[in-house]
Design a binder for this molecule. Structure first.
Ligand SMILES: [Zn+2]
Ligand SMILES: [Zn+2]
Ligand SMILES: [Zn+2]
Ligand SMILES: [Zn+2]
Length: 260
């Protein structure tokens, strides 16, 4: 909703450029003792004003903050091709789900893969470079944990229902954790659930656990600690280790039917 002329709007935007990160500032906007403005993301990281080296104050520039209501902000992913602009109240919401947001490869930490691009191109990259860790769901998928490995952290990628999911496996102390996260708009994560089952033979009772998938935007530690994922003590799972020393399980992602 623009209420000022385009050239004025452009002029205002350049006034809003933060001298720290060069992005357009959103409220709260604070100042240095000479009146230079600084964004609230940069301020805690800086000891002095990047424009004049004078101390930063705990003082907001309300006049400038009020002017931000009169313009539309271009998306921070404009350099990756996003052409959307939104008012100060909606730009953050847009950027969180912007399809042009740069995406890093899920194997960045695990395999030091430095791929970065828009989400749309991720599937091709995964199929080309990480095919051994990528599965296309077709009924239940058989997966293996090697309980012997000391630092057990595993990543898998699963495609199901034309969507993408990351599967994280981790051993912490005496417990095994498995979390499935949905890659896409956070509000869609709860539309999918997953079923994990351990089974060995008819003589040993099988274990099946179901959970709702979480958003990939959530911090993994928080998912593990909140209990919104598979968590069982290794003592319990030990009896499913096969004679070749592997812990096999089946995973199936399913659509959660909406509550009527
Ligand atoms: Zn900044
Ligand atoms: Zn200054
Ligand atoms: Zn965007
Ligand atoms: Zn990669």
């Amino acid at each position: 909703m623009k209420t000022v002329k385009p050239d004025l709007s452009q002029g205002l935007l350049s006034e809003l450029q933060c001298p720290g990160c060069m992005e357009y500032m959103l409220p709260p906007i604070e100042t240095c003792m000479n009146g230079h403005n600084i964004c609230s993301k940069c301020k805690p990281k800086l000891k002095e004003c990047p424009a004049c080296r004078k101390p930063l104050l705990n003082m907001r520039n309300f006049a400038l903050e009020n002017l931000t209501r009169k313009i539309d902000y271009p998306c921070t992913n404009r350099k990756f091709g996003c052409k959307e602009t939104h008012s100060v109240d909606f730009i953050i919401d847009h950027q969180v789900t912007c399809v042009y947001a740069p995406f890093t490869c899920p194997f960045l930490k695990h395999n030091k893969c430095a791929w970065i691009d828009i989400l749309k191109n991720l599937k091709n990259h995964l199929l080309e470079c990480h095919s051994q860790d990528v599965r296309e769901q077709n009924g239940e998928t058989n997966l293996i944990i090697n309980p012997e490995s000391k630092e057990l952290r595993g990543y898998k990628v699963m495609f199901a229902y034309n969507e993408m999911f990351y599967i994280y496996i981790q051993r912490r102390a005496t417990n095994y954790y498995i979390a499935v996260t949905y890659v896409g708009k956070p509000e869609n994560a709860s539309k999918y659930g997953y079923k994990i089952s351990f089974k060995k033979s008819e003589s040993i009772e099988s274990i099946t656990v179901c959970h709702v998938s979480r958003s990939v935007n959530e911090e993994l530690n928080k998912i593990f600690e909140s209990g919104n994922c598979f968590k069982l003590p290794y003592d319990l799972l030990k009896r499913y280790v096969t004679c070749d020393g592997q812990l096999r399980y089946k995973l199936e992602i399913f659509e959660v039917s909406p509550v009527r």
